[in-house]
Design a protein around this ligand. Structure first.
Ligand code: PMP
Length: 398
């Protein structure tokens, strides 16, 4: 049966982690990861999360099946983060949410739902995008193409190119947009640019699928939701995948949500019934632990306040690392302008390093980055930043 099965290629980023783990050199640094580390280089356990977990364990509650769409308080919390507590989108019943297995699970339920609804549509993703976008939508049966996005010459957005790509798309093309903190580049459109983007989406009758995996890591929880709110205000129907993996530092708990904005409450009821069928035939219902913890934090005012403070701490630490990286590169004699790193948002930065320079960082300095030059700024800390800046300077100048 399995004789003809070929070996699948290794996941480029997870393969990098394996290489890093096998490296025996002391002082090695992994900038290839997609997770937030604290200044001690550890994956943080947030105090807000820890308190919610303690309460859950002390309650000694039995663990029955959750409803297919998950915990009501969790879904409500996810909607509030996206649209704001007083949003008419929520009060009118136009939003429906299903707890999902991380942001990835949310994208997958959304992709399966769209495939049944629009079997002949194509999907477009930014060039470049998170690697799994293409793979996930292709596996769901869609042809996947790209729209212009990153401009290597300016280390910024190719806005005219992006608009031209979007304008050329036929109606009902599904457009995957990073609502904030673009992965892998760190380059986001400005709010004014988003206003133009949303007009094209509307005029061309495109189907927006907003992916928000880093809410709170850009400029703040509210600020980072502004693109989702802008789209929602345009009376567009749309899909939004949320991930809480990073914002709660709960990667392995698979905490995410899929939210759809429909035209009416009645439509929401019908759409949710179809989503539940997809969930039922995939994994039946989501797991309890992570969802309960997130729901408790989102719905307990004291824990919510604590969480927002902790999230701000993570955001500010990344910002500090961006500032220090730019300063230290200068101090180590780099003459190229790296100020673009300060404009980028979220955990990642397209550093502009070539794949040869990335290889040299690994071979000569035990510093691991993605061959595209993507570095995880959230893996820098006060102990490794000087070493990293010096190493980057040496591969840039020699
Ligand atoms: N979308 C983007 C843009 C991401 O960067 C990620 C995580 N790296 C995800 C979705 C998936 O998130 P999760 O780990 O919660 O599945």
């Amino acid at each position: 049966l399995f004789e003809s099965v070929e070996l699948a290629p290794r996941d480029p980023i997870l393969g990098l982690n394996e290489q890093y783990n096998a490296d025996a050199r002391t002082g090695k640094v992994n900038l290839g990861v997609g997770v937030y580390y604290d200044d001690q280089g550890r994956l943080p356990l947030l105090e807000s999360v820890s308190k919610a977990e303690t309460a859950r364990i002390e309650a000694h509650a039995a663990r029955g099946y959750l409803p297919m769409e998950g915990i009501a308080g969790y879904n409500k919390g996810a909607q509030t983060l996206l649209f704001g507590a007083d949003s008419p989108i929520i009060s009118s019943g136009r939003a429906l949410t299903a707890q999902a297995l991380g942001g990835t699970g949310a994208l997958k339920i959304g992709a399966d739902f769209l495939k049944a609804l629009l079997p002949n549509a194509k999907v477009v993703i930014s060039n470049p995008s998170w690697e799994n976008h293409r793979a996930l939508f292709e596996r769901a049966g869609f042809p996947v193409e790209t729209y212009a996005y990153y401009d290597a010459a300016t280390h910024g957005l190719d806005f005219p190119g992006m608009l031209a790509s979007l304008r050329a798309l036929p109606a009902q093309t599904i457009v995957i947009l990073h609502a904030c903190c673009h992965n892998p580049t760190g380059v986001d459109p400005t709010f004014e640019q988003w206003q133009e983007i949303v007009q094209i989406v509307k005029e061309n009758k495109l189907v927006p699928f907003l992916d928000i995996a880093y809410q709170g890591f850009g400029d703040g929880l509210e600020e980072d939701a502004s693109v989702v709110r802008l789209f929602a205000q345009q009376d567009l129907t749309m899909l939004v995948s949320s991930s809480f993996s990073k914002s709660f530092s709960l990667y392995g708990e698979r905490v995410g949500a899929l939210t759809l904005v429909t035209s009416s409450k009645d439509e929401s009821v019908r759409v949710l019934s179809q989503l539940k069928r997809i969930i039922r035939t995939n994994y039946s219902n989501p797991p309890t632990h992570g969802g309960t913890v997130v729901s408790t934090v989102l719905n307990t005012p004291e824990l919510y306040t604590l969480w927002t403070t902790e999230l701000a701490g993570m955001r500010e630490r990344i910002r500090t690392m961006r500032v220090q990286l730019v300063e230290k590169l200068k101090a180590h004699g780099v003459t190229q302008n790296f100020d673009f790193v300060l404009d980028q948002r979220g955990m990642f930065s397209y550093s502009g390093l070539t794949s040869q320079q990335v290889d040299r960082l690994r071979d000569e300095h035990a510093i691991y980055a993605v061959s595209s030059g993507r570095i995880c700024v959230a893996a820098l800390n006060s102990r490794n930043i000087d070493y990293v800046a010096k190493a980057i300077a040496s591969v840039l100048t020699a």
